[in-house]
Design a protein around this ligand. Structure first.
Ligand SMILES: Nc1ncnc2c1ncn2[C@@H]1O[C@H](COP(=O)(O)OP(=O)(O)O)[C@@H](O)[C@H]1O
Ligand SMILES: [Mg+2]
Length: 293
């Protein structure tokens, strides 16, 4: 357990304390929850928020991680947390992070994960994107599989739906490419990698990942699951421990796990040969739009 160091006068640390309380509430964390994630005592968080305790450097870094402060902003964050020049340190942190450390404003929750942007434009498929978004927003739906043949557009559809959904998840959305993953035993390392989770020598990776994901509010996109269908029970075991994680999968075949919702993806629409509509309406077909891009 990390211990907080120095006790300070009320006014010195109140600005950081107020900011911390605000940020914690935005992330929907209790003091006890933040303390657990920062490996310190609940009492330390309470005192820091009340401006009665200045965190040690180590504790400040743990708090930064728990609050999803991006790595590039850790130093100004630590200075803000520990400085007796609170106003100046707050300004420096604000300049770096574009977040306003004021108790009256709501800082945007910085997401831990964001999806890769496609380099080419996304054509058509508005109805399918909306349907996938609506499906995953249903409270009882946590796992959706976009199924279909190679080239049907599953990956692109998953990314388009993911872009629309990532704002729903405070920790964002993480894309896990599985196409080159050799066998079922490589599934968990392949998921750990883009999440930035390190395998620890004395703990099974399943447990490490379960513990990591337990408090995360995240959309996971697992792309190309088809050759790992044998590992579907492993995935199910991982996800049962992750109550706030939703998963969007692309796969040629469904996984057949409990709670899976299949969304079949067909090819981009084409007009029926022999019944060609007038040229001006051809743009209504997404495959033709794509061809004309
Ligand atoms: N809606 C779309 N708009 C633009 N390009 C698309 C769209 N859907 C698929 N593509 C393109 O078609 C190809 C196959 O799509 P992809 O999503 O990789 O299919 P799958 O994952 O089903 O194999 C890719 O080059 C992709 O960029
Ligand atoms: Mg694909």
């Amino acid at each position: 357990m990390i211990t907080a160091t120095k006790t300070v006068g009320m006014s010195e640390s109140l600005l950081f304390g107020a900011w911390l309380k605000q940020r914690r509430r935005v992330l929907d964390l209790t003091q006890a929850e933040l303390a657990r994630q920062s490996t310190c005592a609940t009492e330390s968080i309470r005192k820091i928020e009340a401006g009665a305790l200045k965190p040690s450097r180590g504790l400040a870094l743990h708090i930064a991680l728990a609050l999803h402060v991006p790595a590039a902003e850790h130093e100004p964050f630590v200075t803000f947390a520990r400085s007796s020049q609170q106003m100046a340190a707050a300004d420096a942190f604000r300049a770096q992070s574009h977040q306003v450390p004021s108790p009256t404003s709501t800082p945007p929750a910085a997401s831990l994960y964001t999806l890769p942007r496609s380099l080419t434009s996304f054509v058509g498929r508005a109805r399918e994107v909306q349907a996938v978004v609506t499906l995953l927003r249903r409270p009882e739906v946590a796992l959706v599989t976009l199924s279909g043949p190679p080239g049907a557009g599953k990956t692109r559809l998953s990314l388009a739906a993911g872009q629309r959904l990532q704002g729903d998840f405070p920790d964002g959305a993480c894309f896990v490419p599985l196409a080159s993953v050799g066998g079922a035993h490589m599934l968990l390392p392949a998921i750990a990698q883009p999440l930035g989770v390190q395998e620890s020598p004395n703990q099974p990776l399943m447990l490490t990942l379960q513990r990591y994901l337990r408090d995360k509010r995240l959309l996971l996109i697992l792309d190309n699951f088809e050759q790992l269908v044998a590992a579907a029970p492993l995935l199910a075991k991982l996800l049962t421990a992750a109550a706030h994680v939703k998963t969007l999968i692309t796969s040629r075949a469904v996984l057949k796990v409990y709670g899976e919702h299949e969304f079949p993806v067909g090819p981009l629409t084409l007009p029926t040969i022999g019944l060609l509509p007038p040229p001006e309406s051809l743009l209504g077909y997404s495959a033709i739009q794509l061809f004309l891009e």
